[in-house]
Design a binder for this molecule. Structure first.
Ligand code: PMV
Length: 343
């Protein structure tokens, strides 16, 4: 049985800078650390923006470790996506990634009421950006914990949530808050209307996460659904309601361990997301190849319009499904959970 011991309720949108007296005294060595990981949404993305529930799982194999040190002159941030103020030429997301890291550093310092002469933040590890895996929230979460730690302050769950949200608003405008929890909680979460709850699982479902290698922008996907909602409200409301019913059913399937029923719900959720206009040819191809190879269910995960899909597998189908999505063009495949967290 898997469960979280505590998750704080939060629907607040208040500014993290106004939250509390943080008594920010540098830690004795001026050093702090932070951790986060990728996440996948099992069911409910996009619907969650409209107050419906969603279920997310951690991807511990894709993790970030941040350290912050109060020293030197000036502020420096080094992450897998960029170094200091140097602009690498590779990904089209570089500029945004840089903005996000700097915003995470600045907002955490504002929250602490600090303006250090010198601070150096280093983030190690990698989560492919703009693939629906929560990389922006994970970067923000790891940096916020490390910077607060350098001042001897351990962020509460609520403080961390709000700091990540303040950065996520830069990344995609109106984030539901799901990523802010799911990238800093080690166990699966149920998320609805700004509040997260633990999930009970009778057995951890085995998921393969396959990357199309195509970057998708969550903010564009969210706007696309919003436009569709404004044009054909009744149709979109029907789809969002159905997604919510699937997510409620999935919570039951996870509790009793009915992974066949769960897989069917994932398949249907993918069709809904396609009808909402956020799938892509590459995603549909990977979903079809996983299903043909015997996956119990498959769907896009996260914002869509590129990014990743997930397939629900078992010990008999896992290797076939993995081979099939790779043959169909998947750039990378990760398994969830990794052995460390399997119960
Ligand atoms: O693409 P990601 O990892 O940022 O996930 C986005 C999930 C959405 O439901 C589409 C947006 C949100 O804010 O929850």
């Amino acid at each position: 049985m898997i469960g979280l011991t505590s998750l704080t309720e939060s629907g607040s949108t208040r500014n993290p800078m106004n939250t509390s007296d943080t008594s920010a005294t540098p830690s004795p060595d001026g050093l702090g650390v932070g951790q986060s990981h990728a996440k996948v949404i099992l069911l409910g993305e996009h619907a969650v923006v409209y107050g419906k529930p969603a279920i997310a799982f951690p991807v511990h194999t894709l993790r970030l470790d941040a350290s912050a040190e109060l020293s030197g002159d000036g502020w420096r941030v080094e992450t897998p996506f960029h170094q200091g103020h140097v602009r690498p030429e590779a990904e089209p997301t570089d500029e945004l990634e840089r903005l996000l890291s700097v915003t995470a550093l600045r907002n955490t310092l504002d929250f602490l009421g600090e303006r250090p002469a010198g601070i150096s933040v280093l983030v190690k590890g990698f989560i492919p950006p703009a693939r629906g895996l929560g990389s922006s929230a994970a970067v923000a979460g790891a940096i916020a914990q490390a910077v607060a730690g350098a001042y001897g302050h351990t962020l509460t769950r609520q403080e961390l949530f709000e700091l990540i949200q303040s950065v996520e608003r830069v990344a995609h405008g109106t984030p539901s808050g799901l990523d802010a929890y799911a990238t800093t909680e080690p166990a699966p979460v149920w998320f609805e209307q700004g509040a997260a709850h633990p999930l009970q699982l009778s057995a951890w479902p085995r998921l393969l996460v396959a990357d199309t290698g195509v970057t998708g922008r969550t903010s564009e996907a969210v706007s696309r659904v919003r436009e569709r909602y404004e044009r054909t409200q009744a149709v979109v409301e029907g789809l969002l309601d159905e997604a919510a019913t699937l997510t409620h059913g999935a919570e039951h399937d996870l509790r009793v361990g009915d992974h066949e029923a769960l897989g069917e719900k994932m398949n249907r959720n993918h069709v809904i997301l396609r009808e909402l206009g956020v799938s892509s040819r590459a995603l549909d191809t990977l979903v079809e190849s996983a299903t043909r190879a015997g996956a119990l269910g498959a769907k896009l995960t996260g914002g869509g319009m590129g990014g990743c899909m997930i397939a629900l597998v078992d010990s008999e189908t896992e290797s076939q499904v993995r081979a099939s999505v790779i043959a169909a063009g998947a750039r990378d495949v990760w398994a969830v959970p990794d052995l460390e967290v399997q119960t």
